[in-house]
Design a binder for this molecule. Structure first.
Ligand SMILES: [Fe+2]
Length: 138
């Protein structure tokens, strides 16, 4: 299974799509860092890049939610999902610090990243894109 952005993940807002593509690329790099038998240092670096980028990305989405008057119930739900991402991501980060990049670890990390990204984008980021587009055209 490859981690990759596909057209059906588009939320219809270019800036968000561009960042999503970048996140998928970073997640794929992270997996490659270990598949290519590179050392743990490479993976640690890839984890850090992804982490820093996702911080910026969530901040961008959250500012879009405020600007587009995204309904507050959806906003809370959306932010909750972002928080959950960090909880799980941090678990993986801590596990990595303990055991290093085993194959078992990597398989689960990859599944988590892919499932979380695809689910999150399809369920909540697309709804944000819809709201943003309707605001633009009204
Ligand atoms: Fe999001």
């Amino acid at each position: 299974m490859a981690i990759e952005w596909t057209e059906d993940l588009s939320v219809g807002i270019e800036e968000i799509d561009m960042q999503h593509k970048e996140i998928f690329k970073m997640a794929a790099n992270l997996i490659d860092a270990v598949n290519n038998n590179t050392d743990g240092e490479q993976l640690a670096k890839a984890i850090k890049f992804l982490e820093e980028y996702v911080v910026l990305h969530f901040a961008l989405e959250e500012s879009f939610m405020v600007q587009s008057k995204y309904p507050s119930k959806l906003l809370l739900q959306h932010e909750e999902q972002h928080t959950e991402f960090w909880e799980k991501f941090n678990d993986f980060k801590n596990e990595f610090a303990g055991t290093g990049p085993t194959e078992f670890y990597l398989t689960r990390f990859k599944l988590f990243l892919n499932d979380w990204l695809v689910n999150h984008i399809c369920k909540v980021d697309k709804s944000l894109g819809d709201v943003m587009r309707s605001v633009k055209h009204s």
